[in-house]
Design a protein around this ligand. Structure first.
Ligand SMILES: Nc1ncnc2c1ncn2[C@@H]1O[C@H](COP(=O)(O)OP(=O)(O)OP(=O)(O)O)[C@@H](O)[C@H]1O
Length: 308
């Protein structure tokens, strides 16, 4: 078995009376795209900073590629990590290209990579402009570019799509997948749950410094036992037949709007409902299934007890 890229055991971070992390256990494997979600102040950025060795944990252990983050060898590992902080700090009087060249020199990366990197994040047209003239989305793109310099093995991206336009968000995830395909591991946070639900391999939900849930979107959905919806087109004269067909199935609720019917059912009853709907033959002219969104899953877990 290969070694996990990230191993967090019992990580605690206390800021005075605030428990920003209280006993977090987390393992992330190489090549994963991993999402960390949670309300404001849940502890996501704090966990990132501890994993990067930027702030010490009050208690617990964190290893990156088998190396303890506060140990003497971590300096070398740190050179192979990329980080986009939540509020990226840039030098306003440098141009975009100068900014990347400066960061490349700190990382020991050849300056020649910088032009191509600017192009990759869609900033080549503005490379000679001072950063102080950049829009919010342009600053974010530059922040992403600096994190990518040097082909890091592990990328920590804290709210990376903040300020990006829809095309920028799509391009961002395209680059993330490219990075994963070349072997990198990516850990990212986002408050836009619809955006990440199709794009992460696994995710963790954080609440009050603890991990509330951990798994794939579909495993979390399954274990929450959230209901799902069948969306149908049924002519009004067949509404009664639909009601009768589903009458004996517990937990089913039907709502009609003209020719549209929405059938809400318990997950465990989905095959029974599907069989009953098939028996209606061509009285059902369209059929679709809507699963609960990641937002539904998130709210469900945030109302539950903590697991770690
Ligand atoms: N340097 C600090 N000093 C004191 N308290 C801090 C410090 N950094 C974070 N905190 C507190 O720790 C808790 C977790 O903060 P953190 O920034 O990790 O949350 P977050 O999940 O990243 O939130 P957001 O989604 O708003 O970015 C908050 O209560 C915050 O006020």
């Amino acid at each position: 078995m290969t070694q996990p890229v990230i191993e967090v055991h019992g990580a605690v971070k206390r800021f005075g009376a605030v428990d920003a992390a209280s006993g977090v256990d987390l393992t992330i494997e190489a090549g994963e795209i991993f999402g960390l979600i949670g309300h404001n102040g849940a502890g996501k950025s704090t966990l990132f900073k501890m994993m990067l060795g930027l702030i010490p944990a009050t208690a617990g252990e964190i290893h990156i590629n088998g190396c303890p983050v506060r140990g003497p060898m971590f300096r070398e590992v740190r050179r192979h990590l990329g980080y986009l902080p939540e509020n990226v700090v840039l030098y306003d009087n440098l141009s975009g290209l100068e900014t990347l060249r400066f960061i490349a020199s700190l990382k020991g990366v050849p300056g020649e990579e910088c032009g191509a990197m600017l192009e990759r994040v869609g900033l080549s047209h503005a490379g000679d402009r001072r950063v102080k003239t950049y829009s919010k989305g342009m600053r974010q793109r530059l922040g992403f570019a600096q994190a990518l310099l040097g082909n890091p093995i592990l990328l920590f991206l804290d709210e990376p799509t903040n300020g990006l336009d829809p095309e920028g968000i799509r391009e961002f995830y395209r680059i993330v997948r490219e990075q994963r395909d070349r072997g990198a591991t990516i850990v990212l946070t986002s408050h836009i749950l619809a955006e990440i639900q199709q794009r992460v391999d696994r995710l963790a939900i954080m609440k009050n410094g603890k991990l509330q849930a951990l798994g794939t979107v579909s495993s979390l959905r399954e274990s929450m036992h959230l209901p799902l919806w069948f969306e149908l087109r049924v002519a009004p004269e067949s509404h009664e037949a639909l009601r009768l067909a589903l009458a004996s199935i517990a937990g089913v609720e039907i709502e009609f709007i003209d020719e549209r019917a929405t059938v809400r059912c318990d997950r465990d009853a989905r095959m029974t409902v599907l069989t009953a709907l098939s028996a209606l033959g061509d009285r059902v002219t369209e059929l679709g299934i809507r699963e609960p969104s990641l937002e539904d899953v998130f709210h469900g877990y945030c109302e539950l007890r903590e697991v770690s």
